[in-house]
Design a protein around this ligand. Structure first.
Ligand SMILES: *Cc1c(COP(=O)(O)O)cnc(C)c1O
Length: 366
């Protein structure tokens, strides 16, 4: 049997017809750049995360960069974030000109809020918590710290669209909140897409300028910037996908429950923190036998991923540049493995993943 980690082909014929019809509508109205679908998508994103505005952008990476620029964060400023994320988080901070500072992670793979305060200096301007794997960081605590020291919070909610904490959605806690809708994400386009959400009209307007060469009325450049516009065609597809998102998240949550029930005696399964709704962008287990287990699953035809195999400050571009005390992230990074949990998995595939992991540990014990 072969179990795919992700399957982006569109097999459901009704769904395919809806996607094609949405594209056809764009070809007919012809507003290929910043068409009405972009605005409709922005409204859906803002509504889903309880904000007044959202600005559609070319990617989640660009969303993070635009968010930092919008708040005027740049050279001389320090930004506290987690070491465990896709490199986009760090690249955005560095390319905005700011200096990253890394707070260690907790066992839930998110930034350990208890480690933030000790890293704050007179230069600290912002905290960028990453809601990793689909579960939110401790946002009440992070916002309390931010308030006490007058810092901005920018949520990297790239993996957590429609996750929630105490009934409040991801993207509703920070001054700005960034999303990615790249093809791998739970709420996804068929290419690249992203968005930033905010309640502040001035920030919304600045993001709209930064999105297109820093121009006001698409004419006069007020802030040097590049081109970060979201394609109307992707927005049209995202509107169709939006109708399915709840069903997809529910299915992922069901799969997570099956895995956790069947595996928690042999590996560390993801734990949903009290009050959280985890959307399971990934189902990431932790085990000391990670490398052997990974090889075994791959051999059995089960695709899997280490997300991510290199902590951000250890990428070649950044190695040795920062003072680090991140022992927990280093420990976790050796133990994490994400197993297939996409909504198209069949029952027999889920059973096969479970029985393979159990067999691996039984053989090891014998
Ligand atoms: C995917 C992702 C990004 C970047 O989004 P892109 O749309 O791929 O540019 C940023 N941060 C995290 C945590 C992500 O998972």
């Amino acid at each position: 049997m072969k179990v795919r980690y992700l399957n982006l082909s569109v097999d459901d014929q009704d769904h395919k017809a809806r996607l094609l019809a949405a594209l056809e509508k764009v070809f007919t109205h012809g507003t290929i750049i910043l068409g009405p679908e972009v605005e409709a998508f922005e409204q859906k994103v803002a509504a889903a995360c309880g904000r007044r505005y959202a600005v559609g952008l070319s990617s989640g990476t660009d969303a993070l960069y635009i968010a930092l620029r919008t708040l005027g964060i740049g050279p001389g400023d320090e930004v506290i974030t987690t070491p465990l994320s896709w490199i986009a988080t760090l690249n955005a901070i560095v390319i905005a000109g700011a200096t990253p500072v890394f707070a260690d992670t907790g066992t839930d793979l998110n930034i350990d809020a208890g480690r933030i305060e000790g890293l704050i200096t007179s230069r600290t301007k912002a905290i960028v918590p990453v809601h990793y794997t689909g579960q939110m960081c401790d946002m009440d605590r992070i916002n309390q710290i931010a308030e006490k020291y007058g810092l901005d919070v920018i949520e990297d909610a790239a993996q957590s669209f429609m996750a929630s904490q105490s009934g409040r959605p991801a993207g509703s806690f920070g001054k700005l909140a960034c999303f990615s809708m790249n093809a791998m994400k739970v709420y996804h386009s068929y290419g690249e897409a992203g968005a930033v959400a905010t309640d502040d009209e001035a920030h919304r307007d600045k993001m709209i300028a930064l999105r297109y060469g820093g121009t006001i009325n698409r004419e006069d450049c007020h802030y040097p910037s590049l081109n970060f516009r979201l394609h109307t065609l992707q927005a049209a597809l995202l509107l169709v996908e939006h109708d399915r998102i709840n069903g997809i998240i529910n299915k992922r949550r069901e799969i997570a429950q099956l895995y956790s029930k069947a595996l928690s005696d042999i590996v560390e399964c993801p734990v949903e923190n009290p009050g959280n709704r985890h959307i399971y962008y990934s189902y990431t287990i932790q085990t000391d036998s990670r490398n052997e287990l990974q090889a075994y699953l791959t051999e059995r035809g089960i695709e899997n991923k280490i997300q991510h195999p290199i902590l951000m400050p250890y990428h070649t571009a950044y190695r040795g540049k920062y003072q680090l005390s991140i022992p927990e992230a280093e420990r976790i990074q050796q133990r994490i493995l994400s197993i297939p949990n996409h909504e198209k998995l069949k029952d027999e595939e889920i059973d096969y993943v479970i029985s393979s992991i159990r067999q691996f540990f039984e053989a090891k014990r014998a």
